[in-house]
Design a binder for this molecule. Sequence first.
Ligand SMILES: [Zn+2]
Ligand SMILES: [Zn+2]
Length: 159
Amino acid sequence: MVENKEHRFGECEICGSDPKVINIIPKHQENGSLITLACENCALDAGMYCVNHARPHMGFEDGTSACKFCIDDDVEERGSKLGSQFYHEVEKSSKKDEILEFVGIWDEFVTAITLESSHKVMGRALITGAMRRKITPEEMIKGTLENGPAFLLPGSSGF
Ligand SMILES: [Zn+2]
Ligand SMILES: [Zn+2]
């Protein structure tokens, strides 16, 4: 938990209000804390609260965030389709070898853990990356074909 003696649990660390429900959002603070306790309004203002699921986002090490439940919903709906579209378009890319080598190692590792199909695993990566970047999964595919496989992992290589 937060190592701040003056902090009273339940108080919004952004506006100081004392809401009924406090959200733990993945907003990094200057004091080194990787989380912030926030009221719903401040969590919304920070772009780290999902209204549809009434939950705060999960965070990533680079400071981006996304709603885990929105990712899961979207993966169920079109994850496999996006993954198959990705592999189809990679075939036409000048970075094909580089991308397939990177994705192959990762795919083997992830599918062994999640037991999901390669296409679905790729769809999840595209959807998660898109939500973190606030772009569309189609733009994730385009960005990966143009910039190389590191584009799939926001924050990893300065993209
Ligand atoms: Zn607040
Ligand atoms: Zn959501």
